[in-house]
Design a protein around this ligand. Structure first.
Ligand code: SIN
Length: 291
């Protein structure tokens, strides 16, 4: 099978033209797609018409899938591999997902390798997603800052995310933290398949650098966030129904924008590729220093 690639932006992304993802795709084509994914970090497939089983089947060609057991509220009742990414009411609550820059599951010791988001319903305007290239973010730091950060670890904690904190009491947050213990991740993370290094800190989850307080860490973290999402390092995707976007969480961050009328529905479905183990659970003393 053949496909062509059309760049989406100079920093990141390519559109894959010529494939219908409902059909049986041969192994050589999957290998070529994997190679393109590693080179471009995000791949867009436009004009698809996928049911959940087809979405899951295509995603599985790139590895094992998460069953989203840790986030049951968002998981599809009949297809556990499908995460409901929507602003619809669910369980009586309005949902908001991914509205700060992040890399999926960085707060776990098995962060997601990739995610495949399929667009089903869009508001009349907006509902865009932005992506930034974290390999480029790392490579464009000065040699001095790179050598300061390389080999360092940073603490990731899901309870600092704005969405996690919204409408939750300190007791709720302590309970979430007990069930999802904060983890240390490398600040410069080596891609386990492509071999390149990427900056791996995010405004949604990163608290501090190891052996430093939160107050000491924040100015440098803020600098790294701003550096990562400079206009020349991002791509803003304006969705069309039928788009499937596949991103590499090891080399990109993304953010779902609140750039639309929240009374209008937006419904996306996501599969999540399990990654290799990364990082380690933080000890109590480290958490006390970061408090
Ligand atoms: C996500 O963070 O996985 C969702 C992104 C989006 O809804 O655009």
């Amino acid at each position: 099978m053949t496909f062509t690639l059309k760049p989406l932006a100079s920093a990141i992304g390519a559109e894959v033209v010529g494939l219908d993802l409902r059909t049986a795709i041969d192994d050589d084509t999957i290998a070529a797609l994997r190679d393109a994914w590693h080179r471009h970090t995000i791949l867009l497939f436009r004009g698809q018409s996928l049911d959940h089983a087809q979405h899951v089947a295509f995603s599985r060609r790139f590895g094992a899938l998460d069953d989203h057991a840790s986030i049951p509220r968002f998981r599809h009742p009949e297809h556990p591999e499908i995460l409901l990414v929507t602003n619809h009411e669910a369980g009586g609550k309005r949902l908001a997902v991914g509205r700060q820059w992040h890399s999926d599951l960085s707060t776990t010791t098995r962060p997601a390798k990739g995610s495949l988001l399929y667009c089903s319903v869009l508001p009349p305007v907006g509902g865009d997603t932005m992506f930034c290239n974290m390999v480029r973010a790392w490579e464009t730091l000065s040699p001095g800052l790179q050598s300061m950060l390389d080999g360092r670890w940073a603490l990731h904690d899901m309870t600092i995310a704005r969405e996690t904190r919204a409408n939750r009491t300190p007791d709720d947050l302590a309970d979430i933290r007990r069930r999802n213990p904060p983890v240390f991740q490398p600040v410069a993370r080596v891609h386990d398949e492509a071999g390149h290094k990427a900056l791996y800190v995010s405004e949604m989850t990163t608290v501090s650098f190891e052996n430093m307080t939160r107050a000491e860490s924040q100015p440098l973290l803020e600098y790294l966030y701003q550096h990562s999402v400079q206009p020349e390092n991002v791509y803003r995707h304006r969705w069309q129904v039928g788009d499937l976007m596949m991103w590499d969480n090891r080399s990109a961050m993304h953010i779902a924008l609140s750039d639309y009328d929240q009374t209008q529905p937006r419904m996306m479905y996501r599969t999540t590729l399990l990654g290799n183990p990364s990082g380690r659970v933080a000890e109590e003393a480290a958490l006390a220093l970061a408090a």
